[in-house]
Structures are given as structure tokens and as C-alpha cells.
Design a protein around this ligand. Structure first.
Ligand SMILES: NC(=O)c1ccc[n+]([C@@H]2O[C@H](COP(=O)([O-])OP(=O)(O)OC[C@H]3O[C@@H](n4cnc5c(N)ncnc54)[C@H](OP(=O)(O)O)[C@@H]3O)[C@@H](O)[C@H]2O)c1
Length: 273
């Protein structure tokens, strides 16, 4: 899809850290954004900002983890703005814990919000995209889906699932005009990483959220399969970790990532006491 102008984009998590930057970038491209997240107040804030910029955004409060209700969301959107041209599965949650201290509810809510809802939304919008032979789906995964993140293992599993499912779907749709991309941010200076309140490991790069938003636009316009925000070095490291997982473990420990994640888990456990 060479141009995003005039397209209708369903963006989940539009009111969150990175989501607000993706919304602004889409509006600058003259897309209509259907912004979905749970908080009406945060949706109002971003929609008011977009309107002030002269753009179009419609906020629909919806809990995407209620996956059986997602057909109602799509029906509501179709009635208000018509067909969805682009779907960006961005909403996600994470929770840090040693694995044995997670509850079954933690496992279910993380996998449902981060992975199952993305699949279900895609399943629901694809028939219309196929009928028009046009569309694009972007899944926002993470570097945590390329190499397991200790103490954030369910999130890691959800993002790895997202990456592999995108890879399969892209091949299925290769003979159509429907693009499928996965964008994998690393540490980003907005959203869930900033909310943790821990520093990034000393050698890690923390990307500005605008960079993630631009990467999403480029993924759509250039129909890119997989985008790693940290570039060639990340690509080389992650491909190496596939062959030598314990080299990756060693590096994560050396860079202090394992320790920082353990600290995040301890902090979150203390604040939930
Ligand atoms: N920030 C980073 O450093 C980083 C790094 C790598 C990957 N990522 C990925 O980037 C994406 C955006 O992350 P972020 O950092 O911007 O996260 P964030 O600040 O926590 O925002 C998450 C967004 O998702 C929405 N959301 C969460 N659960 C939802 C649900 N059940 N139904 C509907 N909306 C829901 C939230 O709004 P409500 O709470 O109002 O529902 C919020 O708008 C995620 O996929 C994340 O995994 C982020």
C-alpha cells in the first residue's frame, strides 16, 4: 500500500505510550484513525488532540481481551466509518514475575490481550480485505519475542507467537494485495518500558517513540515483512541467538538485562502487596 492517505485504520492501544505516537503519525498522513483502548478518558484526550490538528480520529472504548465480543466491535466500526483498510495490533500488557509466581489468570490475560485478540481481529477484518484485494495488517511485537526475557516470560511468549503467526500469514497472503508486517521495538522512551521506572541496560539503545511510529508507516508503505527497531546489530545478534541460545543468555546477563528484569519483578510484587 503505497499511500495511507484517506485510509481507515483500526489501531488498538491508540491511547497508550507508543499508540499515541502512531496515531499522530497516521493523522499527519491523512488517515482516519479508529482508536481503541479501554479508557474513555485517554481516548478522548488523543481524539481531541487529533481534531485540533485538523485530523480525523474516532475513539471506541473496548476491552479487546473480551475476544468473543470482537465481532460487535468490528460491526460497530463498519457502521460508523465503513471498511477497515489497515489494522494495527498494538495493544499489549506485560507483568514481571518469576514464572512460578504467575497465576493462571496472568497467563490467560497476557496471551489473550497480546496474541489471541490480534488473531481474532485479523480473522474478522480479512474477509473484507480479501473481497477488495487490498489492506495491510501490522502486528507490534517486541525484541522480547526474538529472545526470551527472563521474569517477563509470558509477554515474551506472546510476542514470539505474534512474530511466527505474522510470518505464516504473510506467506498465505503472498498472492494477494494484502500486506502483513511485524514491527519489533526494543527499549522505547515511552509506554510500558518508561512506566517500569528502571534504567535501560548501559549498552542498550532507548529509541524515541516517534521512530517506532515512522517504522510502522514504512512497514505499510514498503510492505516490509519484519522490522527490528535496533537495526542491523539487533538482526545479527538475534540470528546468532537462534543458533546459540546460551550465548544470548550470557550476553543478557553481561548487559544487565536479566538483573534489571528481576528488579522489575521485585518492584511490581512489592507494589501489589
Ligand atoms: N514501550 C516499550 O519499550 C516497548 C518495547 C517493545 C515493544 N513494545 C510494544 O509496543 C506496543 C505498545 O506498547 P506501549 O509501550 O505503548 O504500552 P502502554 O503504554 O502500556 O500502552 C498500551 C495500550 O494498550 C491499551 N490496552 C491494554 N490492554 C487493553 C485491552 N485489554 N483492550 C484494549 N486496549 C488495551 C492501553 O489502554 P487502556 O489501558 O486504556 O486499555 C494502552 O492504550 C505493545 O505491543 C508493546 O508490547 C513496547
Amino acid at each position: 500500500m503505497k499511500s495511507i492517505a484517506g485510509k481507515t485504520v483500526l489501531l488498538t492501544g491508540a491511547s497508550g505510550g507508543i499508540g499515541t505516537f502512531i496515531t499522530r503519525a497516521l493523522v499527519i498522513e491523512k488517515a482516519t484513525v479508529v482508536a481503541v483502548s479501554r479508557s474513555q478518558r485517554k481516548l478522548n484526550d488523543i481524539c481531541t488532540e487529533v481534531t485540533a490538528l485538523g485530523g480525523k480520529a474516532i475513539g471506541i472504548p473496548f476491552d479487546i481481551s473480551q475476544v468473543a465480543e470482537l465481532p460487535n466491535l468490528i460491526q460497530q466500526i463498519n457502521q460508523v466509518v465503513g471498511q477497515i483498510d489497515i489494522l494495527i495490533n498494538n495493544a499489549a500488557i506485560e507483568k514481571y514475575r518469576p514464572f512460578h509466581l504467575y497465576t493462571l489468570q496472568d497467563i490467560q490475560s497476557t496471551l489473550t490481550t497480546n496474541l489471541v485478540a490480534s488473531m481474532e481481529l485479523t480473522r474478522l477484518v480479512l474477509p473484507s480485505m480479501l473481497a477488495h484485494n487490498s489492506g495491510h495488517i501490522v502486528n507490534i511485537a517486541s525484541g522480547s519475542g526474538k529472545k526470551g526475557m527472563p521474569y517477563n516470560s509470558i509477554y515474551s511468549a506472546s510476542k514470539a507467537g505474534l512474530i511466527m503467526w505474522t510470518d505464516a500469514l504473510r506467506q498465505e497472503l503472498a498472492d494477494t494485495n494484502i500486506g502483513v508486517s511485524v514491527v519489533c521495538p526494543g527499549y522505547t522512551a515511552a509506554g510500558m518500558f518508561s512506566a517500569l521506572g528502571v534504567p535501560a541496560p548501559s549498552l542498550a539503545r532507548v529509541a524515541p517513540p516517534e521512530e517506532v511510529a515512522i517504522a510502522v508507516l514504512n512497514a505499510i508503505k514498503k510492505n516490509q515483512a519484519e522490522v527490528l527497531l535496533d537495526g542491523l546489530i539487533a538482526k545479527l545478534l538475534f540470528s546468532n541467538f537462534q543458533l546459540f541460545p546460551q550465548f544470548g543468555d550470557f550476553l543478557y546477563k553481561l548487559l544487565g538485562m536479566t538483573k534489571l528484569n528481576k528488579i522489575s519483578a521485585e518492584q511490581q510484587m512489592r507494589s501489589s502487596d
